[in-house]
Design a protein around this ligand. Structure first.
Ligand SMILES: [Fe+2]
Ligand SMILES: [Fe+2]
Length: 151
């Protein structure tokens, strides 16, 4: 993968993470349950760290992090309207799980391709760290969804 292609891939993740910060922050504001409010806020805080660490890498590579707009709608498809909690917490959680799974799938693909070419470089480690955070988010969303269903 050449430098330009890598920068443009990282820029897509930069936008995904940025969209997630906005989304989870807004979900936190719209949630009534105080614990859910905290959960969304903490997850948004971690997504902001991903925004920042990816932006740093883009700059290190000589690129410029740039906004390309809404990358969530194509991931969510018909579920795009259900991302704030007016849609009910279980729908919100389902939408979030979809987004996190897409993030994980794409992080894994980029990690795999970078590892094959460059081995265990620092960027690979950073992407693996972000991937693990998404794994935790997915697990919490799934557990919360299961607990609502079982009530
Ligand atoms: Fe993230
Ligand atoms: Fe996440």
């Amino acid at each position: 993968m050449d430098r330009e292609k890598l920068i443009s891939k990282l820029n897509w993740f930069f936008n995904l993470e940025l969209n997630q910060v906005d989304l989870y922050t807004s979900q936190s504001r719209h949630s009534r349950d105080p614990y859910v409010k905290i959960a969304f806020e903490r997850i948004a805080y971690i997504e902001q760290q991903h925004v920042d660490n990816i932006a740093d890498k883009i700059k290190e590579l000589g690129g410029k992090p740039s906004k390309i707009g809404d990358v969530l709608a194509p991931i969510l498809g018909g579920a795009a309207g259900t991302v704030i909690s007016a849609a009910g917490l279980s729908n919100v959680l389902r939408a979030n799980i979809l987004i996190e799974k897409k993030a994980m799938k794409d992080y894994k693909a980029l990690i795999h391709s970078l590892k094959r070419t460059y081995g265990d470089i620092e960027l690979v480690r950073l992407l693996q760290n972000n991937l693990f955070d998404e794994d935790l988010h997915t697990a919490w969303f799934q557990r919360k969804l299961a607990s609502i269903k079982n009530k």
